[in-house]
Design a protein around this ligand. Structure first.
Ligand code: CMP
Length: 224
């Protein structure tokens, strides 16, 4: 069993035998960077777990602007909403880096959900965590300014993708500045201004598709 999967919500709830059986019933899909796995509005029939890489979930407004709901990494699940609430995909899933995902058809997942309540419980927990996060993001949109949201987003990305080093935490997020702005929910210009300000204060160091967090404490204070 892949190491990543042992900690994925879907698998960690199962015993070794159950986890191996579920793994066998899933299909591997290699997704090159930039490729789309599914598109908002399409009917959905499968759920995915990320083995390797990063997947962004985005929405497009009627006038063509894009917004990112989340960037997910190894072990995380997506594409489950259209199973629990049958309907079209609520977002477009695109690979931010070359990725490997495994997919489970909604029909076989349903069998697991009824046969093994611990799988249902693990998925509910993942959903609840996502709702918590979304509520927080919504409150931030209402109550925080853009620099506050940028600071929060950097800390969230560090939580997911950060590698602690002697100087700070290196976050190789693989996002363009445009994507980072879509994730924060602000214009690229305002987000860049916040990043430049944090850099001038010595809190962060920005590079192409990565950022080094030098002062997490100050960032956390700014994110509040
Ligand atoms: P589904 O609607 O099948 O397809 C799009 C997927 O994006 C959805 O399932 C969820 O897995 C994921 N998704 C939707 N909203 C969010 C969110 N706020 N945070 C993280 N992932 C989400």
């Amino acid at each position: 069993m892949d190491d990543v999967l042992m900690h994925a919500p879907l698998f960690s709830a199962l015993d070794a035998e159950g986890a191996a059986a579920m793994r066998t019933s899933m299909e591997e899909l290699r997704v090159p960077r930039g490729d789309t796995i599914f598109i908002e509005g399409e009917p959905g029939d499968r759920m995915y777990v990320i083995l390797d890489g990063k997947i962004k979930l985005g929405q497009t407004s009627p006038d063509g602007r894009e917004s990112l709901l989340a960037v997910l990494g190894p072990g995380e699940v997506f594409g489950e909403l259209s199973l629990f609430d049958p309907g079209p995909r609520t977002a477009t899933a695109t690979a931010v880096t070359d990725s490997m995902v495994i997919g489970l058809g909604h029909e076989s997942l349903r069998t697991w959900l009824t046969g093994r309540p611990e799988v249902a419980e693990a998925l509910l927990q993942a959903l609840a965590r996502r709702l918590r996060r979304t509520n927080e993001a919504l409150a931030d949109l209402v109550f925080s300014d853009v620099p506050g949201r940028v600071a929060k987003q950097l800390l969230d990305l560090a939580d997911k993708f950060g590698q602690p080093g002697s100087d700070g935490v290196l976050v190789h997020h693989d996002l363009t500045q445009e994507e980072l702005a879509q994730l924060v929910g602000a214009s690229r210009e305002t987000v860049n201004k916040a990043l430049a300000d944090f850099t001038a204060r010595g809190w962060i160091q920005v590079d192409q598709r990565e950022v080094m967090l030098l002062d997490m404490e100050r960032l956390a204070r700014r994110a509040r």
